[in-house]
Design a protein around this ligand. Structure first.
Ligand SMILES: [Zn+2]
Length: 97
């Protein structure tokens, strides 16, 4: 998937977090993927997504408030749950310092 920025040009501290996760379809196969990040000065998180159900690649913004976190595919309109996504992302951010 293509990101709207060049990871090599991102400075430490630009993001609150950045994480990449595989997403499973209804048959429990990893057919999709999401990269989710949050700029420090922004309220909403941004993502690029390959829907595990219909394979459409898309880009969007979401404010993650209530667990389980989820995004909706703009193509097939299915709700995609992001299990443990943010806790994992925070852990990664902490590790990076
Ligand atoms: Zn879809």
């Amino acid at each position: 998937m293509k990101l709207p920025f060049d990871l090599r040009e991102i400075k430490r501290g630009d993001f609150s977090y950045l994480t990449r996760r595989k997403l499973k379809n209804a048959s429990d196969e990893e057919t999709g993927e999401i990269v989710l990040w949050k700029w420090k000065e922004k309220e909403a998180s941004e993502y690029v997504l390959r829907c595990p159900f219909c394979q459409t690649e898309q880009q969007g913004e979401v404010t993650l408030v209530k667990r389980p976190y989820r995004v909706r595919c703009t193509s097939c309109n299915r709700s995609i749950i992001l299990p443990k996504l943010l806790s994992q992302a925070k852990k990664e951010a902490k590790k990076r310092g």
